[in-house]
Design a binder for this molecule. Structure first.
Ligand SMILES: [Fe+2]
Ligand SMILES: [Fe+2]
Length: 191
């Protein structure tokens, strides 16, 4: 990889407001704790967390153009604009920062939506994004509590809060999130 952790921190933090960088630091902290708790690679968790929101404050038109021009997941263009930065972040991490680790790239790519068959690292980064110390939303304490004993239960609770919020607002629900939630629940029943 061409960039040191310090260089990545400098590049990513320069591309977002200080408040959002604080969030990223919180996600890094939580992701490393979760990785150690649930047996994932803390270095990968730290890297994916560091890069996960790198495109969050890029102009939407620019994010859309990157998706369109590079043959990325065009279905995203029909959904909430907040979903774009995850796909764009994974693409930029590879193209501009030389990240080749598919596990890390996938954890960035699916951190907002989740997906069916989430890897351990996907789950960790997605959950860390919900529970990092700076997050405040109804139910976050319950998710933090669940995260101490079950990665999957905590993540289901996280998706539930997202889906409930969207239902309340009358907004569309991204299908991958529903698939991710169902998959976690079905697998839990099986085990
Ligand atoms: Fe994000
Ligand atoms: Fe985030």
């Amino acid at each position: 990889m061409g960039y040191s952790r310090e260089e990545l921190i400098a590049a990513v933090s320069a591309g977002m407001p200080a408040k959002r960088w604080k969030h990223v630091e919180g996600v890094m902290e939580s992701a490393v704790i979760l990785a150690k708790r649930y047996g994932a690679d803390p270095v990968k968790a730290d890297l994916a967390a560091l890069l996960h929101d790198l495109a969050k404050f890029w102009p939407i038109e620019e994010q859309e153009a990157i998706i369109r021009d590079n043959g990325l997941n065009a279905e995203l263009l029909r959904h909430d604009k907040q979903l774009l930065h995850a796909e764009v972040g994974a693409f930029i991490s590879q193209r501009d920062y030389g990240v080749e680790d598919e596990e890390v790239l996938d954890a960035i790519r699916y951190h907002t939506s989740g997906r069916e068959g989430m890897t351990l690292l996907d789950k960790i980064v997605c959950l860390a994004d919900y529970i990092e110390p700076g997050r405040e939303f109804p139910g976050v304490e319950n998710i933090r509590k669940l995260a101490e004993t079950s990665l999957e239960d905590a993540l289901v609770a996280g998706f539930d809060s997202t889906i409930s919020f969207l239902l309340e607002k009358g907004k569309p629900i991204f299908p991958l999130t529903v698939l991710a939630r169902n998959d976690l629940i079905v697998n839990k029943i099986k085990n």
